[in-house]
Write a new protein. Structure first.
Length: 260
């Protein structure tokens, strides 16, 4: 069975792929200090709670936090006796091209999203991922990653307001009923929520104009549904896009490896 790990700057998600479907998904806060032994006890407990008796034989990792990879490699080696594929490393092949400036290290999450998006929807895509940062990944007609946009994340923007201004509280994002807020919290939520709707719309319109072609817009990440229900921004929402991509990339490397 395959253990797929998607490590973002805020959360790390583990999932088990049995060859047909994902058996479970478990989330922990990203912390590079967490050891292999800690990961194993945590994961083993959660799998047992769900009655899953898994023989993990393979592992694939995508991490936007380089420091985390060391302990995840130890987990793979010590507990599953396997060498993991790490997206972005030269020995982990991708089934799509990456066409960016020489010397650029693209976030592995963006490459994985590209592979998954192309598999599910074909080419000419904009994938919007609402993570710690909000990323826009542009997928060419042939599935290649050809660049994109990085904007501050929704929660990061709210947190920045709180950190920088003495009188602004910590606020959670939600859709305000009105644009004009009549209290501080409503004013902040309006600024970030409607500001974000504008940001997403403007960036997608400009990408389409720059490329001179129609493009499908796919959203993913925890906060995507909040924006989807409020404004007609996306053509489709994909809940587990990154996990889907990890499983495809793992399969691709196994197949290519077997041919060599
Ligand atoms: N369903 C949700 N509702 C509200 N906030 C969420 C939800 N899912 C994630 N978040 C928040 O969105 C931000 C990005 O989370 P996540 O997508 O896990 O980021 P990353 O992949 O960068 O680790 C975090 O601040 C997280 O707490
Ligand atoms: C832009 C990101 C910080 C997004 O990461 P996330 O919000 O998922 O934690 C990550 O993809 C990254 O570190 N990228 C490197 C630069 C690039 O993609 O061009
Ligand atoms: K992410």
């Amino acid at each position: 069975m395959l253990l797929a790990v998607d490590c973002g700057n805020t959360n790390t998600v583990f999932s088990l792929w049995d060859g047909t479907s994902f058996l479970g998904m478990w989330r922990t806060a990203t912390d590079w200090k967490r050891t292999a032994d800690q990961y194993y006890v945590w994961l083993d407990t959660l799998m047992k709670l769900q009655g899953i008796d898994a023989e993990i034989s393979d592992m694939i990792i995508s991490s936007t936090v380089p420091r985390v990879v060391f302990n995840l490699r130890v987990l793979s080696d010590r507990y599953f006796n396997t060498r993991p594929f790490v997206v972005g490393k030269s020995d982990c092949l991708l089934p799509v091209d990456v066409r960016v400036d020489e010397g650029t290290t693209v976030g592995p999450d963006r490459l994985v999203n590209t592979v998954a998006g192309f598999d599910k929807h074909g080419g000419d895509l904009i994938i919007v991922d609402f993570g710690t940062a909000t990323t826009f990944d542009v997928v060419d007609v042939d599935g290649a990653y050809v660049g994109g946009v990085i904007a501050p994340g929704v929660n990061l923007s709210l947190e920045a307001l709180h950190q920088a201004a003495a009188a602004l509280p910590h606020v959670d994002i939600s859709k305000p009923q009105r644009v004009v807020g009549t209290n501080t919290v409503a004013c902040m939520q309006s600024g970030v929520f409607w500001g974000y709707v504008g940001l997403v719309r403007e960036i997608c319109d400009r990408i389409k104009a720059e490329r001179g072609t129609a493009m499908k817009i796919i959203s993913t990440g925890g906060l995507a549904p909040l924006f989807q229900q409020s404004a007609d921004l996306f053509d489709a929402f994909e809940e587990d896009l990154t996990m889907h991509g990890l499983q495809i990339i793992h399969n691709y490397n196994k197949e290519v490896g077997a041919q060599e």
